[in-house]
Structures are given as C-alpha cells and as structure tokens.
Design a protein around this ligand. Sequence first.
Ligand SMILES: [Zn+2]
Ligand SMILES: [Zn+2]
Length: 327
Amino acid sequence: MSTQVLESPVRRPSRRRPQPSGKTVSQRSGEAADLQAEIIHAYSPGALTWKNVDWAVVVWMTAMHVGAVAALFFVTWQAVAVAVALHWLTCSLGICLGYHRFLSHRSLKLAAPARFFISLCGVLSGEGGPLTWSANHRIHHARSDREGDPHSPNDGSWWSHITWLFLLRDKEMTARTHQRYTPDLLKDPILVFFEKTYGLWLVASGVALFAIGGWPWLLWGLCARMVVAYHSTWFVNSATHIWGYRNYETTDRSRNLWWVALLSYGEGWHNNHHAHPRLARAGHKWWEIDMTFYAIRALQFVGLAYEVDDRIPTGEKADPEHTARPC
Ligand SMILES: [Zn+2]
Ligand SMILES: [Zn+2]
C-alpha cells in the first residue's frame, strides 16, 4: 500500500477575493500599475512644456542667483559667517542628515527635539518640503538611471542638474505621489505641517535676516548660502552619476566623486550610497571624508540619535535588497 502525502488544505488567496477596500487584488494591482505609469510620465522630460513650467521655482531660483551675485558687493565678515553657519545647518544637518539619511532612508532615529530642529533646518534649505523631497528621492533610488528617474543624466546633464525642478506637477498628482512613496512620513503631523507651510518659513527667514543685519545678511545668509547649497546638492544628482570611481557594482551609473563629497558634506560618495542606501555612513574607505556622518556620531554621543545603522560593508557587491529595482 502506497502512502500518499496529503496536501495541506491551505487555500491560496483568490485574486478575485474582495479586499477591505471592496476591490479585488487584481483591481488594486491594476490601479497601482496605472499610478506608477502616471508617475513615470509626470517625472519624464517629455512632460515639461511651456504650459506646465513651475514659474514659482523659476522666479525663486533666478532671484537667489541674482542675490548671490549682488552679495559680492555687500561683503561683511559677519554676513559671511552667518552664511557659512546657515549653510552647514541647512545643507548638512537639514538635507544630508535630515531629509536624506533620516527621512528618506531611515538610517537612524532621532529624539523628538532633534527631529523637529533638523526637519526645520531641511525646510530652511529651500529645497522643498520634507514629503516632496523624500518622495522624489525614493523614486530616484527605485528607478535610478531608468525611465521614471526624476533626474538622470541619461536625460541630459542639465536636466539632471536643474531643469527637472522646473516641471510643475498638480496638487492631486503630488498627493498621490506622497501616498505611494512616503506613507510612513505622512503619519508624522510635524512633517505634514512643514510640507504645507514650507514657503512661509523661507519668507520668514528672509525677513528675519533683513531685520537683523540688513542687505548683507539677507544676500549672504539667504541668497549666496542657498545658491552654494543648491549646486552642491544638484551636483550629487548630475556629476556623481557621470564622473568618478566605483567601489561597488550597481545597476545604475552612480560614482564616487571627491570634490562633490567635500561640497555636499559626504553625499558625493554616491556609488557607496546607491550600493548600500540604508547605511548612515556614505564614506566607506578611510579617506572618504563624510562630514554628515561625523554630525550623526556627535548627536549619538549626546543621546539625540540612536539605532544608527553604522555598518561598513565588505566586498564589492551592492546590497541585493537595495539595488535599483522596479517600484
Ligand atoms: Zn543617485
Ligand atoms: Zn539616497
């Protein structure tokens, strides 16, 4: 008599079984695919026409660059010192540590006071609200140097450096992009508050600088400081996907570029980052100076940062979990 192995009576979920939303699995996956196709189109260079130029961004960027040139005629040591201090606060702490490693990649946790202060520093950088910045960045990792990457040099070096910022997406598309890519961040009321009030903080910071130090503080503390930080960040999107060396085999064009790493407080070790995006440190070799990671260590020392993913990878393989993959 042969023994027969009976199959467990576990039932596989039917693709037609209604979900809590009242939609079947196939309906939901169809909608997700439609949304993804919409997002890919909304971020493509072909979507930029004269009808959907974000004129607020164009006017702001133009004003900041004109102000940065004007700053050369209003030099005071105090104003330059304010610009340097604000540059470090907003670019290293705000963008590199806050928006990038903390919010976009969850490489560390921050105690409440530091969470608020560093998110505010990110807002004052003038690089967008925390939800939009993180959503754009998560899309970049998910589709790096492929169709749908918001700023790949495959679409032109100027596109990856600045032009992609001029593409206006309507409020509904922005909200759906946040729901798709930053559902975790949407649960934080402080981040939602900063996202909604983002522009007001920039205007208020300009008014405060002018009230305290007149034209020199406004032109250096706002315009010159922002323009230097903008281009440092933008070089990470453009130059480090074009020039430099690679420590890891990744499926994108990311490179490590020393001068961008110096300008951007460590973010220029971009091939390291694409290979291991969850890690809190971007410099993996002893000579790869990473100012932002040193700031993380300082916060950790005083108890404001914890659960820091400070591993150093071995070998040349990218982390298979985190290499570019379809989103
Ligand atoms: Zn990249
Ligand atoms: Zn990243």
